[in-house]
Write a protein that binds this ligand. Structure first.
Ligand SMILES: Nc1ncnc2c1ncn2[C@@H]1O[C@H](COP(=O)(O)OP(=O)(O)O)[C@@H](O)[C@H]1O
Ligand SMILES: [Mg+2]
Length: 378
């Protein structure tokens, strides 16, 4: 089996899991290619850790299969799966130096002394801990400890690496740096990996593909670009970044809502008369007529600027649309726009879109939530 001509390393097939009467995973299906990093993105409690534990063999699924490198391992114990897991708490051995922590697994497997030394050296170099090799975990920063944990997992030569929110307790700046380091590292070692996070920025930056999990269901899997620009559900649209929503109806090849009429793109296929939602991101809105604009533009409607705020790299504007509900939308404008076309509260503006999505109007998330009967039993 292959994804885009690449060998599949991990296959999660129709995995289901209940804890008591609560459905925690509902028919989960996805694959990870041999050199790929898939990020599992979801809110807290969506079932991310449970999927990881099932892949690692630390939890048994109620239904479905786990296939690693073509072999069904569903019944295999964790230690026979060749899976390395890196958790949020590093669980390093506190009384062992960096070197000893990394070499411990090899020692257990009775590797020879020169072999251990060679592997430990190579891994220390890989995670850039040369100056810290003789230190104890308590003498290291959080980021450094996490690198030891990764090197220790790699010492076992895992065929699959799983990361469960490994940067969870670190502060934002360190997270960003470590994220880039891990990205580089993962590309270098070429081990297929699954990386769990609830942080959308982390997901977009780290994943070759992102799988979005919502209440135990996989809503969409795709490249960061696809998932962000073509969200398949309202949940995905709003979880990955901000999105404005507007209810309407498809009439012929148009989206219509009160005085709004947008022409649908060719790929958007809906029934005439179908109730739909227009989804558009704050950065895809233009608050002026499209003079000198190179992108495809369609006028939405008029609006009145309610609030303009400076938020660092860009400006955020709240506009009330000229619709009966006076619905507010959020617009972000880059510096080039704010300088050339300054705006003030109270001003009337033309609201145009350079990109939008149309989704069928059913509230998947709430339907699903009501299906998940939580009896409180564990
Ligand atoms: N061992 C368990 N027993 C009962 N419920 C559990 C157990 N582990 C997880 N859960 C429940 O399963 C759901 C998913 O948990 P988890 O997979 O840890 O989510 P995430 O990692 O996305 O935060 C949560 O509602 C959690 O309370
Ligand atoms: Mg978790």
């Amino acid at each position: 089996m292959q994804i885009n001509n690449k060998q599949i390393a991990v296959s999660v097939r129709s995995v289901g899991k209940k804890f008591g009467e609560t459905v925690v995973l509902d028919d989960i299906n996805f694959d990870v290619a041999a050199d790929e990093t898939v990020v599992l993105l979801g809110a807290s409690g969506s079932g991310k850790t449970t999927i990881l534990r099932i892949i690692a063999g630390l939890e048994t699924p109620d239904s479905g299969k786990i296939i690693l490198h073509g072999k069904d391992v569903t019944e295999l114990p964790a230690r026979e799966r060749g899976v390395g897991v890196i958790f949020q708490s590093y669980a390093l051995f506190p009384k062992m130096t960096v070197e000893k922590n990394i070499g411990y697994g090899l020692l257990l497997r009775r590797a020879s002394k020169p072999e251990i030394a060679e592997t430990v050296n190579r891994l220390i170099e890989l995670v850039h801990l040369e100056e810290h090799r003789q230190k104890y975990p308590s003498q290291l920063s959080g980021g450094q400890q996490q690198r030891v944990a990764i090197a220790r997992a790699l010492a076992y030569e895992p065929e699959v690496l799983l990361f469960d929110e490994p940067f969870g307790v670190l502060d934002a700046q360190i997270r960003t740096r470590l994220r880039r380091e891990i990205r580089t590292l993962l590309k270098k070692i070429n081990v297929p990996s699954i990386f769990i996070t609830h942080d959308q920025e982390e997901a977009l930056e780290l994943g070759d593909r992102i799988a979005v999990l919502n209440a135990g269901r996989l809503e969409q899997i795709g490249t960061p670009f696809d998932v962000y620009t073509k969200p398949a559900t309202e949940y995905v649209a709003t979880f990955l970044g901000a999105a404005n929503l507007l209810l309407g109806i498809v009439r012929g090849r148009n989206f219509e809502s009160e005085n709004i009429s947008l022409e649908l793109e060719n790929e958007m296929n809906f029934r005439d008369g179908q109730s739909v939602k227009l989804v558009f991101r704050p950065e895809d809105i233009f608050l002026r007529k499209p003079e000198n604009l190179m992108q495809h533009y369609q006028k939405l409607t008029e609006g009145i600027v309610e609030e303009v705020s400076f938020v660092g790299a860009f400006e955020r504007v709240i506009v009330r649309l000229d619709l009966s509900a006076k619905q507010p939308i959020i617009v972000t404008r880059p510096k080039t726009e704010t300088t050339a076309f300054p705006l003030a509260a109270g001003q009337t503006v033309t609201v145009g879109l350079v990109r939008f999505r149309i989704l069928p109007n059913f509230t998947l998330a709430s339907e699903r939530a009501s299906r998940m009967v939580d009896t409180g039993g564990r």
